[in-house]
Design a protein. Structure first.
Length: 402
């Protein structure tokens, strides 16, 4: 008689089989964890040398192109002021009219004196011509001939003296009408009608300033100038053609001035008070937007790096010691942390002076997923960055190359 299967034994066998299958599946699931992790995908750029004009930004002040202080050249009472304060005047425009009565009288007197001298000279000249004819016939002595010749010379000298006095009277009379020496904006008048002014006095009647074009005087520290000169001497940088380099202005309100200027002059002495040298630029100012005394910042190229190595700023970080580092992908696609020296900012990139070589691959994308010594899968990316030219204005003031 067959024995009936015990329900408890059947359940135990099933439980053991299920546990064995679960253990097998668990081991199968953990088996792949012993394989090496997949290489991280990163974007890289290949560092290539390029010619970069290095911009320098300097503070400065605007200065009128020409400044003329108006002073009287003869003494007199001001009868009229002939200009509107703050208006634009042209060279030669009348500004003041002095009382000209005494100068008119002096001119008339000199004119009469000249007429008298002319009449006397004409009489003497006729006598001289008659004596010359008589002398040819032997009718007058040599002494008479010499006397009339001397009298003619004296009459001619009196003519010249009277003519000079008349010219002086004309000049003084013209000086009673004081004119603008240059074209430009005229300031307020320091004198009013009825005031007595004297010839060549110290105090100016008013001032005329020419605003178009406009000078901008820039200050550069002597230390920066010496540092640049050392780099020029060592051949690390080439000197830019300052005469043809364009200069851009950033105004005190943060806006950029539309016109471009050029450098005119570089100082040859260092100020004892500020320790800086002065550079002068000239700008067109047809609409009068620039006014004398404005604070500005100027940007221009003072040097050229013919073999500059540029790295996007997002590719550079700082280590625990505060030193600049980049992640370099080696030939075996392993990541190396490299310390670099930053020379200056060029737009959105750093110009690297030490630590990199041309042709090396720098990680610019996926930095958060890599570490030194890790294997990566690099791919070349184009960030659309270009070297900043001297005509562009950086967001923050930059110093010269260090």
């Amino acid at each position: 008689m067959p024995h009936a299967r015990t329900p408890g034994l059947a359940f135990s066998a099933a439980a053991l089989l299920s546990a064995a299958l679960a253990l097998s599946a668990s081991c199968s699931a953990r088996a792949p964890s012993s394989a090496p992790p997949a290489a991280a995908d990163v974007g890289v750029i290949v560092v290539q040398p390029q010619r970069v004009a290095l911009p320098v930004q300097l503070p400065g002040r605007t200065v009128a192109f020409r400044i003329a202080q108006v002073r009287p050249q003869v003494s007199g009472i001001i009868k009229k002021r002939l200009f509107t304060e703050g208006a634009y005047v042209k060279a030669g425009d009348a500004l003041y009219q002095l009382d000209a009565a005494s100068y008119q009288a002096a001119y008339d007197s000199a004119q009469a004196a000249l007429a008298k001298a002319d009449a006397n000279a004409m009489t003497v000249r006729l006598r001289y011509e008659r004596y010359q004819k008589l002398a040819a016939a032997g009718a007058v002595s040599q002494q008479d001939r010499d006397d009339v010749t001397a009298t003619l010379r004296q009459a001619e000298a009196d003519q010249a003296t009277a003519r000079a006095a008349l010219e002086m009277g004309r000049i003084n009379l013209a000086y009673t009408r004081i004119s603008a020496p240059i074209s430009g904006r005229i300031a307020t008048s320091a004198y009013t009608e009825g005031a007595l002014v004297t010839a060549n006095q110290d105090a100016a009647l008013t001032t005329v300033q020419q605003y178009d074009p406009m000078y901008v005087d820039l200050s550069q520290s002597a230390a920066d100038a010496l540092r640049l000169r050392a780099q020029f001497t060592a051949g690390k940088l080439q000197r830019a053609d300052e005469r043809s380099a364009s200069v851009r202005l950033q105004l005190d309100d943060g806006s950029t001035y539309g016109g471009e200027g050029r450098l005119e002059f570089t100082g040859i002495t260092v100020s004892e008070n500020t320790g800086a040298i002065t550079l002068r630029a000239i700008f067109p100012n047809p609409d009068g937007r620039l006014l004398p005394g404005m604070y500005v910042r100027a940007l221009f190229a003072q040097g050229v790096d013919e073999q500059a190595l540029l790295v996007p700023q997002q590719a550079v970080s700082r280590d625990t010691r505060g030193e600049a580092v980049v992640m370099v992908v080696g030939v075996d696609n392993k990541v190396e942390q490299r310390n670099v020296q930053i020379a200056s900012a060029v737009g959105a990139q750093w110009r690297i002076s030490d630590g990199l070589k041309a042709g090396e691959r720098i990680i610019v994308q996926g930095l958060q997923n890599v570490r030194a010594g890790a294997q990566v899968a690099p791919s070349i990316v184009d960030l659309g960055l270009a070297a900043t030219s001297a005509g562009s204005m950086p967001a923050t003031p930059s110093a010269t190359a260090h």
